[in-house]
Design a protein around this ligand. Structure first.
Ligand code: ZN
Length: 496
């Protein structure tokens, strides 16, 4: 099974024409958050990777149906089979109704997603709203002979499935090795093999989250919701299934087994996994004390953080690394990212203001013109190569050099054709804002207020009141704004 997406390489050029009335369709399913705690920074990275994939496919003209679920049925600590219901546990701890827990953390996730500029998925179904469909899939798997019922619980029979199919097709795990690596089952165990996983679990008397079913009052297994909801909204087979690397096994492996057993077909054509996030070279974990939450990054309130970093700085930081590589978070890397992001943000401001002159008489410099067109093409090539955001950013910076040269007068805009200028503008804006989702971070009232300050700066300069001129410069600098005296008047930029 192919795991790295290369299929879109055929779309190597921005010149691809789509019929807007009949755009090619892409179905994409991403395993969403569990809503009994704050969204983890590592998960946020994973959602960001798929956000950019979603954005780029739409940017190319695909009609994308993006489904990202909410896991809210209170699965258990240990692969859905044993342990405590996490939502009920949290409800007791916080003195809330289980659905209050779900609501609180779903809202918290949406707020982080908004700050982080993640586009909303087309459908965001919750597991608790699809119990009937999950019961239906269990029945199909039972009818096909790949599951068995014991005392009101239903388990997937991995060995029986593997006799006719391939359990391990995605993760490359070998069943025989897995068997020898598992513990011996004791007598009370309901499962025939330790590898079998729960499709339905009978609820113990104290278990809060429960629903009626043909087998018992209970709750569905962890892996089942994604198989059910992806099939319901995207069909039995769809294009892309994504999630964090930690979900590849057993979660996604089990999803494939359930779909093959119940629907007779493997669900996704491409499986994509986002790699891990580490902190100062170490895996994030609560016990080490290096587990940082998104809002702690935005406020700087964590012992490991020197200061606060804005959501767009963090977004830029994460996109500087390809989604399949591990990413290490540190103050140094975030500080460098803040600079890089501001450079791009300054580029956005400049290119939005730049206009091509109406009657340019100048001769086109073919070499420069071609160079800029090539830089634009490079952005597409980088994203077409398995959505390489790191390379795309590098190409955008090359384009930015040209934009800055035009802005500061070292390159004449008339050296390039108006078509090339338009392409440069739409590529820089399109890739920065639409594809990478990097926006300027400032308040709506910022521009008019800043104009008032710039006017008094200009006036002070004209009456040669240099004390005032210096004071305004200094004060703006403390707010991260630098003034630039240009031939055309005064301009400003974010301090890089
Ligand atoms: Zn899933």
């Amino acid at each position: 099974m192919q795991q790295n997406l290369k299929v879109y390489n055929s779309l190597s050029s921005s010149k691809e024409k789509f019929d807007p009335l009949n755009p090619p369709y892409v179905g994409m399913y991403v395993c969403g958050p569990t809503v009994y705690s704050d969204v983890h920074l590592g998960n946020l990275r994973s959602f960001l990777s798929f956000d950019v994939i979603y954005r780029y496919l739409e940017f190319l003209g695909y009609a994308v149906r993006y489904v990202r679920n909410i896991t809210d049925v209170g699965h258990l600590e240990n692969d859905a089979d044993e342990g405590e219901d996490k939502i009920a546990k949290k409800a007791k701890l916080e003195n809330l109704e289980p659905m209050e827990v779900v609501h609180k953390y779903t809202q918290g996730f949406h707020e982080v997603a908004r700050l982080f500029n993640l586009k909303r998925p087309s459908i965001e179904p919750s597991a608790s709203g699809h119990i009937i469909e999950q019961i239906d899939l269990i029945q199909r798997i039972l009818d096909a002979g790949f599951a068995y019922e014991v005392e009101g619980s239903v388990y997937f029979d991995v060995k029986k499935y593997h006799n006719k199919n391939h359990y391990g097709i995605l993760s490359g795990r070998v069943l025989e090795d897995l068997v020898s690596g598992t513990r011996e089952l004791d007598r009370q165990d309901e499962k025939r093999s330790a590898l079998d996983f729960a499709l339905w679990k009978k609820a113990a008397p104290a278990h809060i989250m429960r629903w009626p079913s043909p087998w018992s009052d209970g709750f569905p297994g962890w892996h089942l919701e994604c198989s059910t909801m992806s099939t319901k909204y995207l069909g039995k087979q769809f294009d892309i299934h994504g999630g964090g690397l930690d979900l590849k096994f057993p979660h996604h492996e089990c999803e494939i087994a359930q779909c093959v057993a119940g629907y007779g077909v493997s669900p996704a054509k491409y499986w994509m996994h986002g790699n891990m996030l580490t902190v100062n070279g170490q895996k994030m974990s609560k016990s080490v004390g290096n587990s940082i939450l998104p809002h702690q990054l935005f406020t700087g309130e964590h012992p490991l953080l020197d200061k606060a970093y804005s959501p767009m700085t963090v977004r830029f930081f994460m996109l500087q690394t390809h989604y399949r590589s591990t990413l290490d978070l540190s103050n140094d890397a975030l500080t460098a990212a803040a600079k890089g992001y501001k450079k791009l943000a300054n580029g956005l401001r400049i290119i939005k203001q730049l206009q091509y002159p109406d009657n340019s008489q100048q001769e086109i410099n073919q070499q420069v013109d071609q160079q800029i067109n090539q830089l634009c093409e490079n952005c597409y090539h980088a994203m077409n190569d398995d959505f390489n955001t790191a390379k795309t950013i590098a190409h955008l910076f090359n384009l930015l050099k040209k934009i800055n040269s035009i802005h500061n007068g070292t390159m004449d805009i008339g050296q390039i054709s108006s078509e090339t200028f338009t392409s440069m503008k739409s590529t820089f804006l399109g890739f920065t804002e639409q594809v990478l989702g990097l926006q300027e971070e400032r308040l709506m009232v910022f521009d008019p207020l800043l104009n008032i300050v710039l006017n008094s700066y200009q006036e002070a300069k004209e009456r040669k009141d240099y004390t005032k001129v210096d004071a305004i410069r200094e004060q703006l600098k403390t707010q991260g704004i630098v003034l630039k005296d240009m031939k055309t008047g005064v301009d400003w930029a974010y301090e890089e």
